[in-house]
Write a new protein. Structure first.
Length: 94
């Protein structure tokens, strides 16, 4: 995966605290979507899963997970990116 955005860029383009959208695409195997949701929940120390939706690609090999948790700081955004981008099965994270 490429470089992470800088804290300055995140703070210039988003209001914190507030919702932040993560899009994650990965292989369907090994419960990828559920692992992504759990990783974001755990990283942000939320008691419940963050708002999310899933869409399977035609052919069924990949799944897109869109999450919109409330984050407190740009540092939390970067922590989520770091945690998810090392997950097995990840294809792309936006």
């Amino acid at each position: 995966m490429g470089e992470l955005p800088s804290i300055e860029l995140l703070e210039d383009t988003h209001h914190f605290p507030g919702p932040y959208m993560f899009k994650v695409i990965g292989r369907v195997e090994n419960g990828f979507a559920a692992r992504v949701v759990a990783a974001v929940r755990d990283e942000l120390q939320h008691a419940q899963d963050p708002p999310h939706r899933m869409m399977h690609a035609a052919g069924g090999r990949h799944v897109s997970v869109t999450l919109v948790p409330t984050v407190q700081t740009a540092t939390q955004v970067l922590a989520v990116y770091r945690r998810v981008r090392n997950m097995a099965g990840l294809v792309l994270m936006l």
